[in-house]
Write a protein that binds this ligand. Sequence first.
Ligand SMILES: CC(C)(COP(=O)(O)OP(=O)(O)OC[C@H]1O[C@@H](n2cnc3c(N)ncnc32)[C@H](O)[C@@H]1OP(=O)(O)O)[C@@H](O)C(=O)NCCC(=O)NCCS
Length: 155
Amino acid sequence: MFTIRRAIITDAAALRDTHDAAARGTLLRDYPADLIEYFIAANPFPERYRYMLEHDWCYLAEEGGHPIGMAVAMPGRIRMLYVLPAHQGRGVGAALLATAEADAGAGVSEITLHATLTARGFYSHHGYVTIEEGAFAFPDKRQFAYVKMRKQGSG
Ligand SMILES: CC(C)(COP(=O)(O)OP(=O)(O)OC[C@H]1O[C@@H](n2cnc3c(N)ncnc32)[C@H](O)[C@@H]1OP(=O)(O)O)[C@@H](O)C(=O)NCCC(=O)NCCS
């Protein structure tokens, strides 16, 4: 059985490893491999992860002492919700989302997120509606498509 806990500063490598492995193992359905590598490089280690751990709420799902999923939240916003491919379809993503929503949605009117094309159905399934389809532009002008979605918060 898995557990979810708030990540601390010494978990930076666990967050990075979980994010990168889940992105490489899952996003290939919807994005070319070289674009996934750009996407991963957009969160440089360790500085970006240290920043998130110091400023945002970061969560790790673990089983048997090993990380299997992660998420990041801040007031009104959820980011980087990833589950390792071997552990997808077991409720880990839903549990991470519920934990992140409890923090991100507290006292705010809405939660927004930028979903990958791969995760869009997951968020729709959990009550998020699309408000914009767009793309992040990388310096070499290649574009990483996203779907901006929203759900009502508790405030
Ligand atoms: C999207 C993701 C986080 C879902 O995690 P997961 O652990 O596999 O999801 P769960 O097992 O908790 O699924 C919960 C529910 O969502 C549904 N669901 C999961 N993925 C879905 C999808 N792509 N489309 C529609 N429904 C989906 C499940 O069927 C399940 O439904 P149920 O509660 O009625 O049984 C995971 O597949 C993932 O890491 N994807 C790749 C990374 C990514 O794109 N992350 C988002 C960045 S914004």
